[in-house]
Design a protein around this ligand. Structure first.
Ligand SMILES: Cc1ncc(COP(=O)(O)O)c(C=O)c1O
Length: 442
């Protein structure tokens, strides 16, 4: 089901930023992979913290309420219900499986830093992980090498995707051998939108569990766009960011199956992570408190709960996914006939496999610069150009073709319209049809 024009107008009216005008024209926001816009309900929830109970919510999550005071008790109740809302959203078994973080990156760092690994253990990634799901594991590798005194110790390994960038289950399963303690995968790609199908993910989870390892899922690009049920998928850890799903900036979450979370050593430590301290000894609180050091972004928690409510109840994740698919189909049908040896689309040809993402690539950097510039200056079109934090994959696959650094991405969300994607397509068409007129952008 996609939205009727009236529904879409009503949804767009929820987003104050869409009412802005520059040169008499509205924003055309197609950079949703990075951050989405925010609806009034989320902005109001954040403001409610600062207006109603702008205090600290100490003594969190152990049932031991430290602060018996009017504002603190109200805030603690709000925080508990926000945590419950997020836990329910991903179908966690209990609220304590949900750790507040600043973003998906921090969530992944917590696991990579604190999950018990010893020299000889292996970590398996796909060849196309976001830097946030690559660099923390490379750091873990560096630590294990130092521990083993062996600078060549193999810890991190990768398996290949299909030639078009789609997930390749057979290759993944072939790489999951005894010794693999962690498989860490991006659920949906921020580069080309490809998503690991549920059945494949479940098969990976079963395989890694059989060899005694865990599955870590980077859900930054899936959780905002489709239903993600950690228990149905057999996921042990899931990282996501609220700012990619209508929530406040700098709020994210780590889901961890409780018995897995208990095995993770805390990363950033200090106030609120400990039960008690002496000068020579520390007793940490159980999860999730042991991972939530210092005073927290309480306004962000309220905003996070409002964002979950917005995408699930006001809009609906199935409707979001269907809307993005329909827009992607429309845009892809406009762009495919324009492809030539100076410009083409990344990822699978079938738009159904690319969620709400269309990425153009080119050996001629100036072509994409021109599309971005004309889009911005003439139409307030907001896109994203570059390597999108998947440098390692792009270098590996496309350095030889000279396209690794030349990518331009349009990414859609629930409020995107046919008119907006048509506008983008018309700018691409204009530049691609007459490239010589624009190549001074090179
Ligand atoms: C696939 C993927 N993983 C992780 C991240 C990191 O998210 P954040 O910057 O919110 O931590 C992103 C951000 O774009 C992403 O696209």
């Amino acid at each position: 089901m996609t939205f009727s024009p009236a529904d879409l107008r009503a949804l767009r009216a929820d987003f104050p930023a869409l009412a802005r005008r520059r040169n008499g024209k509205p924003p055309v926001y197609l950079n949703n992979t990075c951050m989405t816009l925010r609806p009034r309900a989320v902005i109001d929830a954040v403001t409610r913290y600062y207006t109603d109970f702008p205090t600290c919510g100490g003594g969190r999550s152990e049932g031991a309420r430290k602060l018996h005071s009017w504002f603190a008790e109200e805030l603690q109740a709000e925080e508990a219900s926000a945590r419950e809302a997020l836990a329910r959203f991903v179908n966690a078994a209990r609220p304590d499986e949900l750790v507040w973080t600043r973003n998906a990156t921090e969530a992944l760092n917590i696991v990579a830093h604190g999950f018990p690994l010893v020299p000889g253990d292996r970590v398996l990634l796909s060849e196309r992980e976001h830097n946030s799901n690559l660099v923390p594991w490379l750091e873990a590798e560096r630590r294990l090498r130092a521990e083993a005194g062996d600078p060549r110790l193999e810890v991190v390994g990768t398996f290949d995707l299909a030639p078009d960038g789609a997930f390749d289950l057979a290759r993944a399963l072939a790489a999951i051998r005894p010794g693999v303690k962690v498989v860490a995968l991006g659920h949906a790609s921020n580069l080309d939108g490809t998503t690991i199908p549920d059945a494949d993910l479940r098969a990976v989870a079963d395989a890694v569990h059989r060899v005694g390892g865990v599955l870590v899922l980077d859900g930054a690009q899936s959780v905002p766009h489709r239903r993600v049920d950690v228990r149905a998928l057999g996921v042990d850890f899931l990282a996501f960011s609220l700012h990619k799903m209508c929530g406040p900036s700098g709020v994210g979450a780590l889901y961890g199956r409780y018995d897995r979370l208990e095995r993770v050593a805390p990363f950033v430590v200090g106030g609120d992570t400990v039960r008690d301290t002496w000068h020579d000894r520390v007793v940490y609180k159980p999860p999730p408190a042991r991972f939530e050091a210092g005073l927290q972004d309480y306004a962000g928690f309220l905003g996070a709960a409002a964002a979950v409510d917005y995408v699930t109840r006001r809009v609906g994740l199935d409707a979001i996914a269907a809307h993005e698919r329909a827009l992607n189909r429309r845009l892809t049908e406009r762009l495919l006939p324009l492809e030539n040896d100076r410009f083409w689309l990344l990822g699978p040809r079938d738009p159904e496999l690319r969620g709400g993402i269309v990425t153009l690539t080119s050996p001629v950097g100036g072509l994409l610069n021109a599309i971005e510039r004309i889009g911005d200056v003439e139409h307030n079109l907001m896109l994203r150009k570059g390597m999108f934090c998947v440098n390692a994959y792009l270098h590996r696959r496309f350095d030889a073709a000279g396209t690794a650094k030349n990518n331009l991405r349009a990414s859609m969300y629930l409020y995107s319209t046919e008119e907006e994607v048509d506008l983008f397509a018309s700018v691409v068409e204009r530049v691609v049809r007459d490239p010589l007129a624009y190549l001074d952008d090179a």
